[in-house]
Design a protein around this ligand. Structure first.
Ligand SMILES: [Fe+2]
Length: 253
């Protein structure tokens, strides 16, 4: 049909076929143990953002424009980045797809439709490779429960795919997902850099009581979330297992 459909199909049809796994309906599905909510030492990006907040000049080649834009647009708080991509490791961990993924979602950055109920939620972030360089043209295919905790398995409500821009940035406009039995609050997403394997994972909200009891929950996938008026603004940076040339030594912080 059009390029959008093909792009989405390319990004999602590479998934292994077979019955869906995970979430509460498949107790045999392997659950990724939750990582402790501790952080390693400051990552390269954390240091870079701190430097930015302090007004220290940092070579653009060192950090990339996205971190600059992001830090400047925020409340002044320097965000910790999970996971870090300072050592060429720690790509964003995968998670189960669950039973509700559907391929060929519409291309759109907003999942809001006329009459959509719920607290407005904006998710922004960047997609980086292993050397913390931003990745353009990365497919992100989001799906989630609506504000009542229901998935649309007939149509495509609360489903949509998009691509990172030239700076590796993405923005999703949606609603705060509702809870449903057996899970904590979460978003689902698949990512695929051009020509690379698909990463399937989930994103979580801090302070949710069920984070402590959901066996799928992983603290490394917690977003930074803040209330802005009667809306919520969340941030998360992905790190894909995409080899990149290291940032040159000698660049100063
Ligand atoms: Fe789910």
């Amino acid at each position: 049909m059009d390029g959008e459909t093909r792009a989405n199909g390319h990004g999602t049809n590479d998934q292994p076929s077979g019955p869906p796994t995970g979430e509460p309906h498949d107790p045999a599905a392997p659950a990724i143990p939750a990582a402790p909510a501790t952080h390693k030492g400051p990552s390269r990006k954390t240091v870079l953002r701190a430097a930015l907040a302090a007004g220290v000049a940092v070579p653009v080649a060192m950090l990339g424009a996205p971190a600059l834009a992001r830090t400047g647009a925020g409340s002044g708080k320097v965000l910790d980045v999970t996971p870090s991509c300072d050592d060429g490791d720690d790509p964003t961990p995968p998670q189960t797809e669950g039973p509700y993924f559907k391929p060929n979602s519409p291309r759109r950055t907003s999942l809001l439709e006329p009459g959509t109920q719920g607290i407005r939620l904006t998710v922004t972030g960047y997609v980086f490779g292993l050397a913390c360089r931003p990745l353009p043209r990365v497919l992100l295919d989001f799906w989630q429960a609506d504000a009542r905790g229901a998935y649309d398995n007939v149509g495509f409500r609360m489903r949509g795919h998009q691509f990172t821009d030239a700076n590796g940035a993405f923005t999703l406009t949606t609603v705060f997902p509702g809870l449903y039995p057996g899970r904590t609050r979460h978003l689902h997403v698949k990512l695929q850099a051009p020509g690379r394997p698909v990463l399937t994972t989930q994103l979580y909200f801090p302070g949710e009581p069920r984070n402590d009891t959901d066996p799928i929950f992983d603290a490394r996938l917690l977003m930074n979330v803040r209330d802005v008026g009667n809306t919520k603004q969340a941030e998360f940076d992905f790190v894909l297992n995409v080899p990149q040339a290291p940032i040159p030594n000698g660049a100063r912080y």
